[in-house]
Design a protein around this ligand. Structure first.
Ligand SMILES: NC(=O)c1ccc[n+]([C@@H]2O[C@H](COP(=O)([O-])OP(=O)(O)OC[C@H]3O[C@@H](n4cnc5c(N)ncnc54)[C@H](O)[C@@H]3O)[C@@H](O)[C@H]2O)c1
Ligand SMILES: N[C@H](C(=O)O)[C@H](O)COP(=O)(O)O
Length: 594
């Protein structure tokens, strides 16, 4: 049975639960949808329903998407037996509470596997009292949107599942075509017994890194206090735009799965900037035929009760003229949907959706934008010559700088240098750049996440944070003096920490956020720790933009197995940030008037 957080003792949590769109509403919706999903697959006689699902009038097509036989789709709707969720451990078993399970012990073949190496199985992660549930309880008591619990047993693992099973002594081979790009040529390595793990890294010398003891802030009390969000802010209806991204990737699928049966309508009005035709094809593929989308021309026409779609690119090529008496050809689809393929049309379409959504965001017609993943290569054109959404949006809003800020409840990581080739990283590491990113991070933690006095950890650039100049001088010359300067001004900035040990010892739990020097230094640990529920947020913009923390996932596109959790979290996070920011700015404005 699914475990729910035990939050009945807290008055705030109760009120968060009971408000529209609160936890209890979501649980009701979830159960209803689960039952609907069960019923959808079978008719009254209990036979599989097949293709005769309810007609919707939304130009449904029953043909399979190119390259995706229906048999594949059917097969992916249920969880294969070998991917079933592991049985929960006994209640008294403490081995997985924040520790790596099986320390120093070879794994038994009969024992349930972990979700990811070093993390407890998912069902245990959700138990009351563990870190993520504590964060969820903390968030609801602060007025943020509680995140829905997932129905674990209905979804395969990401990327087909095998990628996260590395700790297992046995591995079930998948057929080659189902394997993730990261799986290929991987050897099966039996797990070695691990040595007893220390909870904290023991520093060799406490003063080795200026500004703070290694991996510890001076203040040992953990993370900073969060300002609760007012009831009025929680009630405000928000319109959230969602751009389609590359229609040959998993974007359309995770959007539809996140919004299916209008689940999120209680907290916001979603408007998809995409294409009705593309979305209907994916709706067919996902067997969501008895759920209608609402086609609109402009955002002003959006229904607050439905999932709205603005078609942003031409769906058909008109038929060529024919001689008198001849039958004209039917109009041809302009957009050939080919899941898993990189096509120029998908790049053009992704750009059309993005620009239309950004126009509405700039005009203040939507309260936030959630972008589904693009392919950074096929979207390039004269109009779009940026490495990603982040830089495109900074340019569109005319801001001099931005912060790629990967956020989750358990870890928030920003980067000094973002989409920059590794050879150019060093040029981007200077006092001005780090100061600017720290300012943006601090401001965002205050106004977007309600953290009154953010405590930030800064990573070093070099191995072992330079080892006092032996392995590089950037720490001694740039980072440490800056941290000291900011600390003297009263800011809670610590470091520079050697990145490997910092994440290895999970020292990030003591800080509200971490500033990494370059993309992979921050994003590898972030995605290792929080890939499923992580959100990519662009701080430093005057408007709110989030996205899932994954890309187009071409290797699984069109198979119906993409995990929508990150998209759901991106929508919740956009709503939370939009609400908090407005309230913060109003409070600031009032304070100035006094
Ligand atoms: N915000 C964005 O637009 C964005 C972000 C990251 C990457 N990208 C682009 O996406 C493309 C592919 O990038 P990549 O391969 O490095 O990363 P990716 O995130 O697309 O895929 C990495 C792995 O994660 C898996 N995965 C990703 N999302 C998943 C989901 N929702 N459910 C289950 N499994 C999932 C994939 O199957 C793959 O095995 C590139 O063109 C990249 O530029 C775009
Ligand atoms: N660096 C992010 C990631 O790896 O998830 C992503 O590529 C960001 O891309 P945008 O700038 O398009 O959000």
């Amino acid at each position: 049975m699914e475990q729910q957080p035990n939050n009945t003792n807290n008055q705030n949590e109760r009120s968060a639960e009971n408000r529209p769109g609160g936890q209890s509403d979501r649980n009701r919706n979830r159960n209803r949808n689960r039952n609907r999903n069960r019923g959808r697959d079978r008719d009254r006689t209990g036979q599989p329903r097949g293709e005769q699902g309810a007609a919707t009038g939304d130009e449904l097509t029953s043909e399979p998407i190119v390259g995706v036989p229906n048999a594949d789709v059917e097969a992916t709707n249920g969880l294969p037996k070998d991917k079933a969720a592991p049985a929960p451990r006994p209640a008294g078993d403490q081995t997985n509470r924040g520790e790596r399970p099986n320390q120093g012990q070879p794994r038994s073949n009969n024992e349930p596997r972990e979700g990811r190496e070093g993390r407890p199985p998912r069902d245990q992660q959700r138990q009351p009292g563990n870190e993520r549930n504590r964060d969820n309880q903390e968030r609801t008591s602060n007025g943020g949107s509680p995140r829905p619990e997932r129905v674990r047993s209905e979804r395969p693992e990401r990327g087909g599942g095998e990628r996260f099973d590395r700790g297992g002594t046995e591995r079930t081979e998948r057929p080659e075509r189902e394997r993730s790009v990261y799986d290929r040529n991987e050897d099966v390595v039996p797990e070695r017994p691990r040595p007893e793990r220390q909870e904290r890294y023991e520093p060799m010398a406490i003063d080795r890194y200026a500004g703070a003891s290694v991996f510890e802030s001076d203040d040992q009390s953990g993370r900073s206090e969060r300002t609760p969000l007012s009831e009025a802010s929680q009630q405000e209806r928000l319109i959230i735009g969602i751009s389609l991204g590359d229609f040959n990737g998993v974007g359309p699928e995770v959007i539809l799965k996140a919004l299916q049966y209008n689940q999120l309508q209680k907290i916001c009005t979603p408007v998809i900037y995409g294409s009705m035709r593309v979305l209907n094809r994916y709706r067919n593929l996902l067997n969501l035929k008895d759920w209608n989308l609402n086609g609109i021309q402009t955002v002003e026409q959006a229904s607050h009760k439905m999932t709205n779609v603005i078609t942003c690119f031409s769906d058909t090529i008109p038929s060529p003229p024919v001689a008198e008496g001849e039958t004209p050809l039917p109009p041809q689809p302009a957009t050939d949907i080919q899941p898993g393929k990189v096509t120029p049309e998908a790049g053009l379409a992704a750009f059309a959706c993005l620009t239309r959504a950004v126009d509405d965001l700039k005009a203040g017609k939507i309260h936030g934008l959630v972008t589904a993943p693009i392919n950074k290569h096929n979207i390039q054109s004269e109009a779009f010559s940026f490495p990603g959404h982040t830089e495109y949006l900074a340019n569109a809003f005319g801001v001099p700088d931005d912060l790629m800020f990967m956020v989750s409840d358990i870890l928030k990581v920003g980067v000094v240098t973002g989409h920059v080739p590794i050879g150019k990283v060093r040029q981007g590491i200077h006092k001005g750049a780090i100061t600017q990113k720290l300012d943006m991070m601090t401001k965002s933690l205050k106004q977007d996440f309600g953290i009154r006095r953010p405590k930030i950890a800064v990573l070093g650039l070099n191995p072992h944070a330079g080892e006092r100049g032996l392995l590089g001088n950037e720490e001694n010359d740039i980072i440490t003096p800056l941290i000291n300067e900011l600390r003297q001004k009263g800011q809670l900035i610590y470091g520079p920490f050697p990145a490997d040990g910092f994440f290895g010892t999970r020292s990030y739990r003591k800080y509200d956020a971490v500033l990494a020097m370059y993309h992979d230094q921050g994003l590898i640990p972030f995605k290792s720790i929080a890939f499923e529920e992580g959100v990519n947020f662009t701080a430093g913009l005057p408007a709110v933009r989030t996205s899932p923390d994954h890309g187009t996932a071409y290797d699984i596109a069109g198979k119906g197995v993409a995990d929508e959790t990150s998209m759901v979290q991106a929508i919740y996070t956009a709503c939370d940030i939009a609400r908090r920011r407005k309230e913060y700015q109003e409070l600031e404005a009032n304070a100035l008037k006094k």
